[in-house]
Write a protein that binds this ligand. Sequence first.
Ligand code: NAP
Length: 264
Amino acid sequence: MEMPNGSSKNVMELFRLDGRRALITGGAKGLGRVIAQALAEAGADVAIASRTLADCKKTANEIANSTGRHAAGFAVDVTKRDEMQKLRKEVESTLGPVDILVNNAGINIRGPIEELSETDFNDVISTNLTAPFLCSQAFGPPMCERGWGRLINLGSIMSVIALSARAPYASSKAGVLGLTRVLALEWATKGVTVNAICPGPFATDMNKQLLNDPAKYQDFVSRIPMGRWGELSEIGGVAVFLASDAASFITGSALFVDGGWTAQ
Ligand SMILES: NC(=O)c1ccc[n+]([C@@H]2O[C@H](COP(=O)([O-])OP(=O)(O)OC[C@H]3O[C@@H](n4cnc5c(N)ncnc54)[C@H](OP(=O)(O)O)[C@@H]3O)[C@@H](O)[C@H]2O)c1
């Protein structure tokens, strides 16, 4: 097993990810894309996977061109166990074994509980919670065997607080925090850390509805002590930190990137 971190290194070197390989689910756009770009800028080769292969390949090309790292796109529906196993084989044969898994793919279906169907609820749970379980099951044990790994799950402020009309999403993201803590315990002695990034609101496709509604947008701003939404660029460094040797003694934690929302 490697040393927990390169303690003889200059502190800034601890943040480097040279020689690491990262898989980012849902990495073609939104927060996942920013995370993939940041991990590559820190030195990692990156695999980008979602249901839309063309988007993944395009993003991978742009990341490879701007960073000089290897980057490749893969098609996967993260809710399907057999596709996950296939993805693992494809990524390993293209880039090598995955050291850093970012469970980022996610969806949100909003509405009061009277109007939501069981299918709505199950779709959100299977993408946001079951898929991180399946993906961790596919990629975590090989990390344990190699004695080094990083799992980063995308939680949300709704892992710990509630908003009306978010029953499926808040349930899934609370579950993600539970999953994060359990896996952290299971792999604590294996050199594999498991943590969550819990963002507040960021302007991505997932939030189009809110972004197109000035009243709802402002309502969110009024709940954020910093008085603004997050900038996409503000998520990248958080992922690099958790993926790096600088975070070698952090496991089972949640890092809130929310302008102070959950501090209140
Ligand atoms: N934006 C925010 O304010 C915010 C706040 C807190 C937490 N988060 C979390 O951050 C993560 C990223 O959110 P985002 O805002 O960047 O979302 P986004 O822009 O809508 O991107 C979601 C990504 O997930 C992929 N995806 C969805 N379902 C999938 C499936 N079944 N299989 C494979 N890929 C799938 C999408 O690609 P395809 O549709 O092409 O498959 C897309 O690449 C999510 O987990 C979200 O819950 C976001």
